[in-house]
Write a protein that binds this ligand. Sequence first.
Ligand code: ATP
Ligand code: ZN
Length: 300
Amino acid sequence: MDQSEQRIKIAVQKTGRLTDHSIGLLERCGLKVTKSKDQLICYGENMPIDLLLVRDDDIPGLVSDDVCDLGIVGLNVVEEKRLQLEQSGSEGLFKQIFELDFGHCRLSIAAPEGANYKGSESLNNSRIATSYVGLLRDYLNKHEIDAEPVFFSGAVEIAPKLGRADFICDLVSSGGTLVANGLREVAVLLQSEAVVIQTLAPLGDEKQALVDKIIQRLDGVLKVRDSKYIMLNAPRSALDDIRALLPGSEAPTVMPLEGSNDKIAIHAVCRENVFWETLENLKAAGASSLLVLPVEKMLP
Ligand code: ATP
Ligand code: ZN
């Protein structure tokens, strides 16, 4: 078989909110790529993985059409594409396989300040500006609301001021943009974050094994993000108190200290950040020689 066919292609956003996180995560999984943001393709130097840099809206289609094996994209874009395909009578040939815990946002309906909104029935007979017509229609159908989606490809938040819509349906993270435009969030349609999608086309054993390896590494990278390795000494009698204070840790390693009968060393991986307050509380419980180290990689 042609060597190039055994390479994995991953579609990632070319320039935008997801780009740095997407490429950064893959790099933390061990991938080195030739970097040039003007390129369409970044070739993997040390693994048979190449990145296709594209607009985020094109990613589900590229994966569905089997041009790329994997894609990293917001769930909002994935769900919108899935609904569009469903509404046109076809099915999305991709599956969502992993959540990446970045790019968090929500798709919400917002009303102009001062609008008389008393629950979803207030949307009846209104026009709602959005780039997410599929997701909005789905919400309106489920809530039996008779409203008209008005497609805007960008700058949705100015539609009410232009007199083109009564409400908007758009992505929100902090809510600052809404406030700046005199809008108030009134309903959440979808909670979104970046996800990995995979083509439904069979990849073959070799490529699937590589995909499984990437996912396992991604899982390892995400798991250790806030993890710390903590080491301390303590009197054996303080062990229970100290265990209770260690944040998000599983069974710690307990070792005798050479030359001391009642003192022990405790080592533990804490799945949460360890703050100064925690260290001070540990010290008050009898701990000494405390050391907190970052965790770089973890494999179960
Ligand atoms: P492209 O040129 O690739 O089409 P875009 O303008 O559609 O870019 P971005 O604004 O970069 O896309 O957003 C990409 C993704 O980031 C969104 O689809 C969403 O999943 C996520 N995101 C997180 N927070 C926000 C936010 N506050 N507003 C918009 N998108 C957000
Ligand atoms: Zn886009």
